[in-house]
Design a protein around this ligand. Structure first.
Ligand code: K1U
Ligand code: ZN
Length: 219
């Protein structure tokens, strides 16, 4: 397939380049932002515009309920999509992002739960192969439902079979924030947003609040 099936926002960000996401040895290293001015020279990173590259769908957008299909090609398009999603996640202050949230309906997740924001993870075609008996209530947020935080019950630990961008499989043993984030992101791939675990009353209030904010943003 040629070209990108998702939209990149055309703005000053088009002049911003990221390096170190993807190396010859795979995915590692911290994201290093280098901006270029109109004339082509490098700008200081602190004046580079901090704006997400991809548009994150906002609840209650019906596209958030699309079930993602498995990734079938481990190619440059997938690597570029993962890099763009990581950039978008970092710029938005999130610890995870599912492809569904940027309107790409393939089983791809990016994450970084490190305090230093320098441990990007790319999870392709994730499948939970084991989950603990124990469950835990945790506070969750979502970049598709900004400003809303509530408690959701999740498995305390999970083992997840994933593929990397080179098509190599491994199993991740996740606990704590990692386990919560993986389960939250895997729900996105099934078309489920965390507010659907809340009562109908709460969900209706959130929908109204989000629609109001979206109307105000449009003006
Ligand atoms: O899927 C997403 O929208 C990303 C989401 C992941 C997530 C956060 C907390 C619990 C479960 C899943 C976010 O990153 S929301 C951003 C946020 O508010 C946050 C950031 C760091 C720690 C906790 C929340
Ligand atoms: Zn989310």
């Amino acid at each position: 397939m040629t070209g990108l099936p998702y939209k990149k926002r055309r703005c000053a960000r088009d002049m911003v380049y990221f390096s170190n996401y993807c190396t010859d040895r795979g995915w590692c290293g911290a994201a290093q932002r280098v901006a270029r001015s109109q004339t082509g020279e490098n700008m200081a990173p602190e004046i580079a515009p901090a704006m997400p590259l991809l548009t994150i769908l906002q609840y209650p957008d019906p596209r958030l309920h699309t079930v993602a299909r498995p990734v079938s090609a481990f190619d440059d398009r997938l690597r570029q999509l993962a890099a763009d999603m990581l950039e978008t996640m970092y710029e938005s202050g999130g610890i995870g992002l599912a492809a569904t949230q940027v309107d790409v309906h393939e089983r791809l997740i990016v994450m970084d739960i490190s305090k230093e924001r320098n441990q990007p993870l790319v999870l392709v075609n994730p499948e939970i192969v084991w989950s603990s008996e124990a469950r835990k209530l945790n506070e969750e947020g979502c970049l598709s439902v900004p400003g809303v935080f509530d408690r959701v019950e999740r498995f305390e630990s999970v083992h997840v079979r994933v593929w990397d961008l080179d098509g190599k499989a491994r199993t991740i043993e996740a606990q704590d924030v990692m386990a919560i984030c993986i389960q939250h992101e895997m729900d996105h791939l099934l078309g489920k947003v965390f507010v659907e675990y809340l009562s109908l009353l709460k969900r209706d209030r959130i929908k109204k609040k989000m629609r109001k904010a979206q109307r105000e943003d449009a003006h």
